[in-house]
Design a protein around this ligand. Structure first.
Ligand code: 5GP
Ligand code: ZN
Length: 142
């Protein structure tokens, strides 16, 4: 089901234009209108899903497969040295468009972009307790 108020659903329907680079029955890939580096593209499912948890896992596989195909050509076409795949889920993670999408960002050796700062655990017990808590939750769900 598509969502009438969603900008990416409007791109899928053709109501809003885009610079398409790749498409299958289930996904669409097009240039991001505000590129981090030129060639920055998005891959979206044609159906409206909000985020990673809303997305059927088969569609996730299709998106990763599209990222391999389109990502390879983005790197070659831009002369990039690398490629970041990023997915923002929920507002706290920087998601602005609530139609699931994967960012493909071509990277260059001297582009000057930095990753976010890393922090550290107080001690190994803190890390182990958190790993065990997450593992238990995964087992509870699966
Ligand atoms: P988010 O922060 O939700 O992960 O990223 C949304 C992305 O969508 C942003 O990088 C933004 O530049 C891009 N975007 C927003 N509106 C449009 C649009 O109408 N067309 C295209 N091609 N990209 C868009
Ligand atoms: Zn949508």
């Amino acid at each position: 089901m598509n969502n009438q108020d969603c900008i990416f659903c409007k791109i899928v329907s053709g109501e809003i234009p885009c610079f398409k680079i790749y498409e299958t029955d289930q996904i669409l890939s097009f240039l991001d209108i505000g590129p981090v580096n030129k060639g920055h593209a998005l891959i979206i499912p044609k159906e409206h899903y909000k985020n990673i948890w809303d997305l059927p896992s088969d569609l996730g596989k299709e998106i990763i497969s599209a990222a391999q195909i389109a990502g390879d050509s983005i790197v070659k076409a831009t002369g990039a040295d690398g490629l970041n795949l990023i997915m923002n889920n929920n507002e706290a993670a920087g998601q602005l468009v609530f139609h699931a999408h994967l960012h493909l960002i071509p990277r260059f050796n001297e582009d000057g972009l930095k990753h976010w700062d890393q922090s550290e655990y107080k001690n190994m017990d803190e890390a182990m307790a958190l790993a065990q808590k997450i593992e238990k939750m995964i087992k509870g769900i699966n």
